[in-house]
Design a protein around this ligand. Structure first.
Ligand SMILES: CC(C)(COP(=O)(O)OP(=O)(O)OC[C@H]1O[C@@H](n2cnc3c(N)ncnc32)[C@H](O)[C@@H]1OP(=O)(O)O)[C@@H](O)C(=O)NCCC(=O)NCCS
Length: 196
């Protein structure tokens, strides 16, 4: 299945499909010594990054976004991948030094809106290095659950049901158009049954 999404519009940031011209930004972000500790290794080769993006754009089996501000300045990256019949994985989540403080929260919310509302999936799954305490805490604060662990990683799951129960608290970080939506198509039964 070929999948494309050009832009996800947020309140103070947007997610925009990555292009070949983003290669040096992505490369410098992923090679940043303060950012790369808990990421999978990025080869020290800008050309390899460019090839990776070109292959991504040719294959279209996942979604790789640049997080940018409303003037189009790049702030970071985020990726939705490993799409399964009812679940999506997300990660490659990086913000550059000096990104606005709430860019992390907004970008995570936009990924959940995309996966749960637009793609209509019921769950999200992702793994986080145990030592990446800040990110582990971020996900726990949202209510994501650790379902498995190994020496290195925690494996989280976060359901649309979990998301809908915290969403009202965060609606102010979503675009105004999202605020009016209180039920997601395809998840209405799930939401309704949680009240019965
Ligand atoms: C992952 C990454 C993008 C997260 O961004 P971050 O800015 O560190 O995220 P934080 O957890 O500090 O959250 C940002 C702000 O949102 C706030 N916030 C986070 N979760 C929140 C919640 N549930 N409710 C309200 N506010 C929340 C935080 O308090 C923080 O605000 P503050 O700066 O005023 O305290 C960033 O740490 C990064 O680039 N890390 C390196 C790469 C990496 O390890 N990626 C993850 C791989 S799994």
């Amino acid at each position: 299945m070929v999948m494309t999404k050009q832009r996800i519009v947020g309140r103070t940031i947007d997610l925009r499909d990555v292009t070949a011209s983003d290669a040096s930004f992505v490369f410098s972000l992923r090679r940043d010594p303060l950012r790369r500790t808990y990421l999978s290794e990025t080869p020290d080769d800008l050309h390899a990054q460019l090839i990776w993006i070109e292959r991504y754009r040719a294959e279209r089996r996942q979604f790789y976004f640049i997080i940018e501000d409303k003037r189009g300045a790049p702030l970071g990256t985020i990726r939705v991948y490993d799409l399964q019949p009812d679940s999506f994985c997300w990660g490659s989540w990086i913000l550059r030094p000096g990104a606005p403080p709430k860019a992390a929260l907004e970008s995570a919310l936009l990924v959940y809106e995309f996966g749960f509302r637009e793609l209509g999936l019921k769950r999200s799954h992702f793994d986080v290095r145990k030592e990446n305490r800040r990110v582990v805490e971020f996900h726990k604060r949202f209510g994501a659950k650790i379902v498995r662990e190994n020496d290195l990683d925690y494996f989280f799951t976060f359901s649309v049901h979990d998301y809908m129960s915290i969403r009202p608290k965060y609606v102010g970080f979503l675009p105004e158009s999202a605020a009016a939506i209180t039920e997601f198509a395809g998840t209405a039964t799930l939401t309704a049954s949680s009240h019965s």
